[in-house]
Design a protein around this ligand. Structure first.
Ligand code: ZN
Ligand code: ZN
Length: 82
């Protein structure tokens, strides 16, 4: 069995690779440049160093924006209904 992250042949079939000490069963994602897999909890590709685009980076401001919009709307509805 080869390590999916550093391609070294794993001598010990334990929970982590003896070379890169990553867990081969951990959730993974493909590199945007297509050079292989990197654990999902790492922000850069472990082979070429390309940073992954964080999906949360644009979702958090969007959620906050919707929340503020809903707050303004509820206040506006309360003022109008009085
Ligand atoms: Zn490895
Ligand atoms: Zn890469």
């Amino acid at each position: 069995m080869n390590c999916p992250f550093c391609d070294s042949e794993m001598v010990v079939t334990g929970t982590s690779c003896p070379v890169c000490s990553r867990n081969p069963r951990s959730p993974r994602r493909p590199c945007p440049k297509g050079c292989g897999w990197t654990p999902s909890n790492e922000v850069k590709c472990c082979r070429c160093g390309t940073g992954f685009k964080s999906e949360l980076r644009w979702k958090i401001p969007l959620i906050i924006g919707i929340f503020i919009l809903a707050l303004i709307l509820s206040v506006a509805i309360q003022i109008l209904s009085q």
